[in-house]
Design a protein around this ligand. Structure first.
Ligand code: SAH
Length: 319
C-alpha cells in the first residue's frame, strides 16, 4: 500500500514543520495519507492530525492506512478553501501546522474511470469530488470556442490552442467527445500535422505527450484548482497559531506563482500602492517566509519517485 503514492519531500516537510507531541496539524490534501503518517509519527504520542480531501475514495484508503493511530486523527471530506468552517465543525479553531500537497494523487491518475489521464482509456471525467456537477465531458462538449481557448491558453499554456479547439468543435458536431482517448487522439492529430512530433518519444528526447497541457488545463478548470488554491492559502493563514507553519508543495508554475504571491502579500507590513504618502491599508504582516528559494527534491528522490521531479516546496511561519 505504501507504494501507491510516495509522499514527496517528506523529510524536508517534517524538518520545516517540526510536528511535536501535543500539536494539532492539518493535512489539507490527505490523499492516501502518506504525509499524514509522517506528521503523526513525528508528533508521537499526543500530536493530532486533521486530514482533509475532496476525494471520498482517497479518504476511504487513508482511513484504513491511518487506523493504527486511533483517536489521534480525524478525516473530513471537503474543500480546503473552507478550512476554518471544516475545522470548526470538528471543534478545532487554530492549529500548529498546515500542509498542502497540490495537484492529483497517483490513485486519481492511475484509475481509468476517473478520467484524469490520457494514458488510460476512460470517461472524460476529472472531478476530484464526484459530487460536483460539471465534468470534463461537459466542458469539452458544451463550452463556447472562446471559453476552450481561454482554458487551454491560461491553464495549459498550449501552443496549438486554436487548432486544437477548431478540431474539437468539428469533431463534437459529428460525435460527442466522451472519452480520454477520443480527446487525446484529436490533440495528437493536430500535433502530428503541425510538427515532426513522433507519437512515441524516445527517452533520450524527453518531450512530453502532446495531450499533457490540455489535460492539465481541463483538470484545473473542472476542479477550479487555482481559485481554490488562493482561498485555501488565505484560509490556512487564518487558522494558524503564531509560530505555526504552512508548507505548500506545488507542481507547476501557475500554482507556484499563486503561492509566491500570497506569501509575499502576507510577508509585508503594508500593501498600499507604491507612492501612497501614508499607509491606509491596515494590513498586518502575518507570515515570515522561511524558504527564500523553493526547496526541490534531490536527484535520489526523483529517481525513486519520478512524480517528485517538478515539486517545489515553500514554507512560512505565522507571526
Ligand atoms: N500528500 C498525499 C497526496 C496528495 S495528492 C499523500 O501523501 O498521499 C493531492 C490530493 O489533494 C488529492 O487527493 C486531491 O483530491 C486533493 N485535493 C486537491 N484539491 C483539493 C481541495 N481544494 N480541497 C481538498 N483536497 C484537495
Amino acid at each position: 500500500m505504501s507504494e501507491i503514492h510516495i509522499p514527496v519531500l517528506r523529510n524536508e516537510i517534517t524538518a520545516l514543520m517540526n510536528p511535536e507531541p501535543g500539536g494539532i496539524y492539518v493535512d489539507a490534501t490527505v490523499g492516501l495519507g502518506g504525509h499524514s503518517i509522517c506528521i503523526l509519527d513525528k508528533s508521537f504520542p499526543t500530536g493530532q492530525l486533521v486530514g482533509i480531501d475532496r476525494d471520498a475514495c482517497a479518504l476511504a484508503i487513508a482511513k484504513k492506512r491511518l487506523c493504527t493511530y486511533k483517536e489521534r486523527f480525524r478525516l473530513i471530506h471537503g474543500n480546503y478553501a473552507d478550512l476554518p468552517k471544516l475545522l470548526e465543525s470538528h471543534g478545532f479553531y487554530t492549529v500548529d501546522g498546515v500542509l498542502m500537497d497540490l495537484g492529483v494523487s497517483s490513485l486519481q491518475i492511475d484509475t481509468p474511470e476517473r478520467g484524469f489521464s490520457f494514458q488510460h482509456s476512460g470517461p472524460l471525467d476529472m472531478r476530484m469530488d464526484r459530487q460536483i456537477c460539471v465534468s470534463a465531458t461537459q466542458i469539452i462538449n458544451d463550452s463556447t470556442p472562446d471559453k476552450l481557448i481561454r482554458v487551454f491558453t491560461e491553464y495549459g499554456e498550449e501552443r496549438y490552442t486554436k487548432k486544437i479547439v477548431k478540431q474539437i468543435i468539428a469533431e463534437r458536431e459529428r460525435k460527442p467527445i466522451n472519452t480520454t482517448h477520443h480527446l487525446a487522439n484529436i490533440i495528437e492529430n493536430v500535433y502530428s500535422s503541425n510538427t515532426k512530433y513522433s507519437k512515441r518519444p524516445s527517452n533520450k528526447n524527453k518531450s512530453i505527450h502532446p495531450a499533457t497541457r490540455v489535460f492539465q488545463a481541463l483538470r484545473i478548470e473542472v476542479n477550479a484548482e487555482l481559485d481554490n488554491l488562493t482561498l485555501g492559502l488565505e484560509a490556512a493563514v487564518s487558522v494558524l497559531k503564531p509560530g505555526g507553519c504552512l508548507c505548500v508543495i506545488s507542481f507547476h508554475s501557475l500554482e507556484d506563482r499563486i503561492v509566491k504571491q500570497i506569501f509575499r502579500k502576507h510577508g509585508k507590513a503594508c500593501i498600499c500602492p507604491p507612492k501612497t504618502p501614508i499607509c491606509i491599508c491596515e494590513h498586518k504582516k502575518s507570515l515570515r517566509v522561511i524558504t527564500n528559494k523553493p526547496v526541490n527534491p534531490t536527484a535520489d528522490e526523483i529517481e525513486l519517485n519520478p512524480r517528485a521531479r517538478s515539486a517545489k516546496l515553500r514554507a512560512a511561519i505565522r507571526v
